[in-house]
Design a protein around this ligand. Structure first.
Ligand code: PAF
Length: 282
């Protein structure tokens, strides 16, 4: 495995690999089993001839909250070990100064899918994600890139980015990886108090109950309210949003026969967790 800390190093390492399949897995580090699963899928997709690139970059531009950025876990040494174990060929680990010019002045804003869910409560977040992912696409020039479905809205927005800017990369969405108790793996889970860690799998249970209720034809507003009440019954928990939307437009469900998405963001103390589940009515 090779590690590039600058754009020049990355270009030099990738030069002999051009023309082959290059699969990129962008991450912000603090890698856990969810990331490991993305990296292993990338290895399978790239095959023996192809190249797997993982980027490990805690992108300051996508944080709307300085406290969240400051407390985001950083584990670069373990991240390199995880990448190595998962068969990554190249790790790109730039510093913020390497990645961004001090006087950068270009923004990249998606203006429809970003206005709802996390985009409504985290202004500027998805513009920061689009900017860094677009830069990574330009630097790595991957044939394929893999993103997890836990960040369902991010995945939808990045598909839109690639479509609207004609970026020649195939985007793959990977299933959410969960602990045995159902909690979606997240780098932020380590910051939960023991009480909130024990209660957090309640998110998954409430989503599963909602899936059944949706299939049985319950009203969407009643389903969302039940999830909200269940979660807010946990001491110290406040829902940011509980929304049932069309899984493609991320806006209101207008055709109940299309795939829907129930998405939740909730504060467990000062840790914001997100999760989602796809829903359908036959
Ligand atoms: O999902 C993440 O970890 C980040 O938003 C991403 C895609 C690596 C961009 O910084």
């Amino acid at each position: 495995m090779q590690t590039a800390y600058t754009k020049e190093e990355l270009r030099a390492i990738l030069a002999p690999r051009r023309g082959r399949r290059i699969v990129l897995v962008p991450t912000m580090g603090a890698l856990h089993e969810g990331h490991a699963s993305l990296l292993r899928q990338a290895r399978l997709l790239a095959g023996d001839d192809g190249c797997v690139v993982a980027s490990v970059f805690l992108n300051p531009v996508q944080f709307d909250n300085a406290g969240d950025l400051a407390t985001y876990p950083k584990t670069p040494k373990q991240d390199l070990e995880t990448c190595d174990k998962c068969g990554v060929d190249v790790v790109f680990m730039p510093s913020p100064d390497t990645m961004y010019c001090a006087d950068r002045s270009i923004t990249l804003e998606e203006t429809h899918l970003s206005t709802v869910l996390c985009g409504a409560s985290r202004p500027g977040h998805f513009a920061g994600v689009c900017l860094v992912v677009n830069k990574l696409f330009n630097l790595v020039q991957p044939t394929d890139a893999i993103f997890g479905k836990k960040d369902y809205q991010q995945l939808a927005i990045l598909r839109r980015l690639v479509r609207d800017l004609d970026i020649p990369v195939t985007i793959h969405g990977a299933e959410i990886v969960r602990g045995e108790d159902g909690l979606a793996l997240s780098s932020r889970n380590v910051r939960l108090t023991p009480e909130h860690r024990a209660a957090a799998p309640g998110i998954r249970r409430s989503l599963l109950a909602a899936k059944e209720a949706y299939a049985a034809g319950d009203e969407t507003s009643a389903i969302c309210e039940r999830v909200r009440q269940t979660l807010e019954a946990i001491p110290g928990v406040r829902c940011d949003y509980v929304e049932l939307v069309d899984a493609v437009t991320l806006h209101e469900v207008t055709d109940p026969h299309r795939l829907a998405l129930l998405a939740v963001a909730a504060w467990f103390g000062d840790v914001r967790l997100i999760d989602n589940i796809e829903l359908s009515r036959s």
